[in-house]
Design a protein around this ligand. Structure first.
Ligand SMILES: Cc1ncc(COP(=O)(O)O)c(C=O)c1O
Length: 419
């Protein structure tokens, strides 16, 4: 019999295979100092474009104060236990009520992490006769939620409404044949990699034609989209038609935790049946109080979202004027598409960091097809005009070098820590 560990050390996986050269630099880098547009990386100041600190709340003085004060007052332990058993508090319920009101829903449930929260919500909602129809570019947490689903699922091509209808027809036929079960459609408000919005309005309009409920993961739209920042549903004028609205606190709120909002009876059902929350400790008090303060700022300081968008448009227009392909983004998420191999991409990233002081994330094969590179820039309210100017200049210069073949190297540069 094989040792179960044997295969693991033979193949460390698509990114892990590069770890000996990449660890601490291309993977698992350590950004140090106060969270903001400028941080330290290996002792050097960088303009950072990798953090989903959209509204700049991570370092807002009122946020820092409540985080510190609540930690002193309550510590990380309170309340102990799962919400259902002993870990509930008035503050947890207050945060749920405020989130529900902000999202125009009757009720909301807090989750410790978005990833396990959404997985477990899918598990709580869907039984073996139910069918899930979902967008092909859904986040890993949705895909893992599908893995827990014992029934059928149909995937539609990313944001392709023709294919969506095709899959809805298949799903509807199956339900008719079974004579039991329902359909849950899952998509995202803003897709975090390409920055394009899910076609929520068009999906909602199809409720007239098909019977289904809609769950939207709006991790990147919450706080960034819509007149009040309520998200992509508000932006597209269909918030009321979204049955279940989900967001993490890990992005605009610059915190930890997540929530799911919807009709009271359904949220109550989920509250009593969502395994990842029933069998896990509740969010500690400083996190809950910190999130209440962040939500207050998100709602009452529209200038933060305005600044985010001002910066996002300056960056995106600047890139387009310089001939860069930024795809179909209609959110602050800014992808920059280029052509090149994995080795070239890493050499370019190294040049950007070492010689231009620009820190951004890259996506390469096998996450995307061979020969393509995506640089992903996340503008925030904390970036300055100078940050944008220097970044545009750096991108123009490094792209010219990439096109001239200057980054053609044999292997990923060896930048691992502790060499
Ligand atoms: C679209 C989307 N959904 C869910 C999550 C997971 O949220 P969390 O970080 O709270 O686990 C993320 C990443 O943070 C995300 O980008």
């Amino acid at each position: 019999m094989a040792d179960i560990f044997e295969k693991l050390v033979k193949n460390y996986g698509p990114i892990g295979q590069h770890r000996e050269r990449a660890h601490g630099y291309f993977a698992f880098p350590k950004l140090e100092g106060e969270i903001g547009s400028r941080m330290k990386f290996r002792g050097k100041e960088m303009i950072v474009w990798s953090l989903n600190n959209y509204l700049g709340l991570a370092n807002h003085p009122e946020v820092r104060k409540i985080d510190a004060d609540a930690s002193v007052q309550y510590g990380l332990a309170l309340p102990m236990g799962a919400r259902m058993m002993s870990g509930n508090s008035n503050y947890h319920e207050q945060l749920e009520a405020e989130l529900a009101e902000f999202e125009h829903k009757e009720d909301a449930i807090l989750m410790n992490y978005g990833y396990q929260g959404i997985m477990s919500a899918i598990d709580a909602i869907c039984g073996r006769h139910d069918v899930i129809v979902y967008d092909a570019e859904s986040h890993a947490c949705i895909i893992d939620g599908l893995r827990l689903h014992p029934g059928h699922r149909y995937v539609f091509k990313h944001n392709d409404m023709e294919d969506f209808e095709k899959q809805m027809q298949r799903a509807s036929q199956l339900i008719e044949k079974q004579k039991t079960g329902g359909i849950l459609v899952i998509t995202e408000g803003v897709f975090g990699m390409a920055g394009d919005q899910g076609r929520l309005k068009e999906i909602c309009d199809l409720k007239k034609k098909y019977d289904f409920r809609l769950l939207v993961d709006d991790a990147h739209g919450f706080g960034t989209m819509g007149k009040t920042g309520a998200g992509a549903g508000e932006e597209q004028g269909c918030q009321d038609e979204i049955d279940l609205y989900f967001s993490t606190f890990a992005k605009s709120m610059a915190s930890i935790g997540a929530f799911l909002a919807g009709p009271r009876v359904i949220i109550d059902y989920i509250r009593y049946n969502i395994r990842s929350q029933i069998f896990a400790k509740s969010l500690p008090m400083p996190i809950v109080l910190g999130n209440l303060k962040r939500l207050e700022l998100l709602k009452t300081r529209p200038e933060l979202k305005e600044k985010l968008w001002e910066n996002a448009l300056k960056l995106q227009n600047g890139l387009k004027e310089r001939g860069f392909d930024i795809g179909k983004t209609d959110s602050p998420v800014t992808p920059v598409y280029m052509k090149g191999g994995v080795e070239e991409a890493t050499a370019m990233v190294m040049d950007l960091r070492e010689n231009y002081g620009i820190f951004c994330s890259i996506v390469v094969y096998p996450v995307i097809p061979k020969g393509h590179i995506i640089y992903r820039l996340i503008p925030t309210a904390a970036h300055t005009d100078e940050d944008i100017k220097l970044t545009l200049k750096a991108f123009s210069e490094t792209k010219a070098k990439l096109d001239a073949g200057a980054y053609k190297v044999e292997a990923i540069p060896d930048m691992a820590e502790n060499k």
